[in-house]
Design a protein around this ligand. Structure first.
Ligand code: PLP
Length: 393
């Protein structure tokens, strides 16, 4: 063929992270078929959906089988019942988000990847280390990226650049963060909102792990004054309600967000209506069930289960004097590999010694080098076994 391709795809770094991990684990298993493997590498939930939520979906299935209550294409921005439920969720968090500004999607990853569709050629600011989707989706669009450095010195919560004399930029913030589990304080997030307002920039705030926050930290960027004039928020039912396999999330595009006299919501609504055909009625019914009553209670109890795992791990690393972030308001523990080991050396070490699989920090950006991510999404029993092993490090 002689067509032109989007060659920016060639600039996206090939990542062999999870395939490398899988290869090494397979090799270990072949060499040691009798040894147990404790998987703490992948950020996927493991508890099944609560019965209160599957019951709501079963009711929806029954409706779909009856001519009188059958649903065809869903409304492109989500059913009102779910947009209202998300709006009520924000009310619980103490902020006013009107249902018309809620855009239901098939998950946060899609929205994070798609949002640049409506943005022009702006510079992009991304913390390092971070969830790789922000970087890769902007490279695919040919955007110029600069990084703000997470490190031990700032507890992996980088502050905005000191220089506000910059071109208006698109800024990604993930709090609680994947992979570091670090969460911005009110002051920390306020600094970013002020930076965005002072520089005419847009923040894309990823709140996928909001439900894990138990300390007094912002759950949503709209708790910060002025954020409605500089931030969209993208969130998900994946980690909160166990919807990684169901697929549902949302994006808030406040009506107050404008650039060049055009409302961002106008472009986002147009983009979604053109390229996206909505989330199934059944999924949206399940998602709505997770936001109130028994469904909410059950989701919170699943989160508490994962948080207990995270606390157990955090306690061990605290007692060993190993530096880490996360573990309190997050399902992730991000630790400094002992003895200045690199992430891959530590990976091999704990796989061979303990049969534990984690993720080398190198997979999340240059500043992840020498760090390691463990997830609390496994079983309590396995987490306790891992804790006993880590005590002997
Ligand atoms: N945002 C962050 C920070 C994540 O870690 C993940 C998934 O791991 C996502 C978004 C994706 O969420 P979803 O399952 O809703 O696409």
């Amino acid at each position: 063929m002689d067509i032109k391709l989007n060659n920016h795809f060639l600039e996206v770094k090939e990542t062999y992270l999870f395939s490398d991990i899988a290869k090494r684990v397979k090799q270990f298993h072949e060499n040691n078929p009798e040894r147990e493997i404790i998987r703490m590498g992948i950020g996927d939930v493991t508890l099944p959906l609560p019965a209160s939520i599957t019951a709501a979906m079963e009711d929806a299935v029954k409706e779909m089988s009856d001519k009188a209550s059958f649903h065809g294409y869903p409304p492109e921005y989500g059913y009102d019942f779910l947009r209202n439920a998300v709006s009520d969720h924000y009310k619980e968090l103490g902020v006013n988000v009107s249902p018309e500004t809620v855009y239901v999607s098939d998950g946060a990853k899609s929205d994070l990847g798609n949002f640049p569709d409506i943005l022009g050629d702006n510079p992009v600011i991304i913390p390092d280390p971070v969830y790789p989707v922000y970087v890769d989706s902007n490279i695919m669009n040919g955007r110029k990226i600069s990084f703000v450095n997470g490190s031990k010195e700032n507890d992996f919560l980088p502050a905005p650049p000191a220089d506000t004399n910059i071109e208006p930029s698109v800024i990604y913030i993930c709090s609680p963060n994947n992979p570091t589990g670090a969460v911005y304080s009110y002051e920390g997030l306020t600094a970013w909102v002020e930076f965005a307002l002072n520089t005419g920039s847009l923040i894309i705030f990823d709140a996928a792990y909001e439900a894990f926050i138990s300390e007094d930290k912002p759950h949503t960027i709209y708790e910060i004054k002025g954020a409605e004039n500089c931030a969209v928020e993208i969130s998900s039912f994946s980690k909160f309600a166990g919807f990684t396999g169901m697929r549902c999330g949302w994006t808030i595009v406040p009506d107050t967000l404008e650039a060049g006299g055009i409302k961002l919501s106008k472009f986002w609504a147009r983009r979604q209506a053109t390229k996206f055909n909505g989330v199934s009625y059944i999924t949206q019914k399940g998602a709505a069930a997770s936001l109130s009553g028994k469904g909410l209670e059950d989701c919170r109890s699943n989160i508490a289960y994962y948080k207990r795992n995270a606390s157990a791990l955090a306690e061990v690393f605290s007692s060993k004097g190993i530096y880490y972030t996360g573990g309190i308001n997050s399902p992730y523990i991000w630790l400094k590999c002992p003895d200045n080991m690199g992430g891959w050396d530590f990976f091999d070490h704990i796989l061979n010694k303990f049969g534990i699989v984690g993720t080398p920090g190198e997979g999340f950006g240059a500043n992840g080098s020498g760090y390691f991510r463990l997830t609390a999404f496994g079983s309590y029993e396995n987490t306790l076994k891992a804790c006993e092993y880590f005590k002997t490090l």
